[in-house]
Write a new protein. Structure first.
Length: 251
């Protein structure tokens, strides 16, 4: 198995995409620790499911708005497992505020989105840096969004946080080389996720209509791409859009 003896931390593993990523990494042999912030029961179910299929998994609570909690989370993994090979910065938060409603995007909402979606991934990478470097071959995969490339998503704050995460990927790829590869998956609409269901129907339908492959992403597509990144030894600093192919986002 490609990830035998590896330890992976997947933030937001109680969520739709994070749980699929956790399952894929566990199927590839990794011991997976997932985080949740409120959905303990769901996190437990994801871990139980992985174990029932013969994988190794655990869950831990983490509110990544809290820098001290991030350090404590990584420290406890190092203490318990002695290593960390993969960090998937998947957790995020969004709220639907149309771009034109500038006054509705308060500074509190802005701070919350940016703290969770951008500062959190940086602090996690920083906290995990030493242990990811320790054995060589470490990997970070950030989950951003196609909304971080073109200006359209649940809110301006979300789009800006994901654009920041895209560039943080490149900066960390330089900062953490050669021991750690840092890459990013930028999903477009991902079918059957709670986040996608919060989008106005017209936005979701428009994404489906534009996808040149005739389908947008599924959670498994995102998980497959994460697995590809963490099993590669020659790719770093890259942002892979997974959206079924939107003409407007292709370069
Ligand atoms: N779904 C889509 O269509 C789509 C499209 C583009 C990009 N993405 C990106 O893909 C990633 C996963 O999305 P998803 O659809 O799986 O979302 P989701 O189902 O809503 O899951 C979000 C995860 O983040 C966790 N979380 C929320 N606030 C947190 C905080 N303060 N501290 C730590 N964890 C927190 C949640 O924990 P609880 O479960 O405990 O609340 C949950 O595990 C996100 O980065 C998202 O931006 C998704």
């Amino acid at each position: 198995m490609k990830l035998q003896n590896k330890v992976a931390l997947v933030t937001g593993g109680s969520g739709d995409i994070g749980s699929a990523v956790a399952r894929h990494l566990a199927e590839a042999g990794a011991k997976v620790i997932i985080t949740y912030v409120g959905a303990k029961q769901t996190a437990q179910e994801v871990v139980d499911d992985i174990k029932a299929k013969g994988g190794a998994a655990a869950f831990t609570q983490l509110d990544q708005r809290n820098p001290l909690a991030i350090d404590a989370c990584v420290d406890s993994i190092v203490k318990e497992y002695g290593r960390l090979d993969v960090l998937v910065n998947n957790a995020a938060w969004n709220i639907g505020i149309p771009f034109v409603c500038l006054d509705d995007l308060t500074s509190d909402i802005w701070d919350r989105v940016l703290e969770i979606n951008l500062r959190g991934p940086f602090l996690l990478a920083r906290a995990a840096s030493k242990i990811l470097k320790a054995n060589g071959g470490g990997h970070i995969v950030n989950i951003s969004s196609a909304g971080g490339i073109s200006p359209g998503s649940s809110s301006i704050a979300y789009s800006a946080s994901k654009a920041g995460l895209n560039h943080l990927t490149r900066c960390l790829a330089v900062a953490m080389a050669p021991e750690v590869a840092v890459n990013c998956v930028a999903p477009g609409l991902v079918e059957d996720t709670r986040m996608a269901k919060r989008l106005p129907n017209a936005v979701a339908q428009s994404a489906r209509r534009q996808a040149v492959l005739g389908r947008v992403g599924q959670v498994e597509d995102i998980a497959e791409q994460v697995l590809t990144f963490v099993t590669s030894t020659s790719i770093t600093g890259q942002i892979m859009v997974v959206d079924g192919g939107m003409p407007g986002v292709m370069r």
